[in-house]
Design a binder for this molecule. Structure first.
Ligand SMILES: [Zn+2]
Length: 189
């Protein structure tokens, strides 16, 4: 039984034990899961992958199998690396046997995802990988920052395939400029 912490109304945070990856589950009219290190065994209408790293995509295929109508959404760049399961995903390095799946919906900058009271806008935030995205609701002031910005001065790594420090700094500045009451990061370190 995984522990779920309600970090905002209807928004639950789950910490995956192996990679210390934070998964979020928005339990509103539509069920939106953000990142897939954990299969929560719950209904999922939309699974958003913030980027293609192994610890964020691990259980996507299992979630899709249990929820055949679930839409898996990610950036165009992430979709390509996921399709190829190439070195950018870090699957081999991690020694994980990640089941293949495909991204159903490509999210561009400015795309919107609505569920109940939440209106999430997609922000492209390259630098950790070339295809990172964040989700932001300006009315609720909630930000799902993935591995781009981990809070304070903490950022994701930029030394992995397609990482870029200059891009990352630009992306982190964009996120830091937002009004945020609830910051939902990809990891808590
Ligand atoms: Zn990552």
């Amino acid at each position: 039984m995984v522990e779920m912490e309600e970090v905002a109304p209807k928004v639950f945070k789950i910490v995956e034990p192996k990679y210390k990856n934070n998964v979020y589950y928005i339990d509103d009219t539509k069920k939106i899961q953000i990142d897939a290190s954990v299969d929560l065994d719950k209904p999922v209408d939309v699974l958003v992958l913030t980027h293609c790293h192994v610890d964020h995509i691990l259980k996507a295929a299992a979630i899709k199998r249990k929820n055949p109508n679930c839409t898996i959404a990610a950036s165009e760049e992430a979709a390509v690396h996921i399709k190829n399961m190439d070195e950018v995903t870090l699957v081999k390095e991690a020694g994980e046997d990640v089941e293949r799946f495909r991204v159903d919906l490509v999210l561009d900058n400015g795309a919107k995802l609505f569920t109940g009271e939440y209106k999430l806008a997609v922000l492209k935030v390259p630098g950790h990988t070339s295809g990172d995205i964040a989700l932001y609701d300006p009315a609720k002031q909630i930000l799902f920052s993935g591995d781009c910005w981990l809070g304070g001065d903490s950022t994701g790594r930029w030394d992995l395939p397609t990482g870029n420090l200059r891009e990352l700094k630009k992306s982190v500045d964009i996120l830091k400029a937002l009004k945020v009451k609830v910051l939902c990061t990809g990891h808590s370190y």
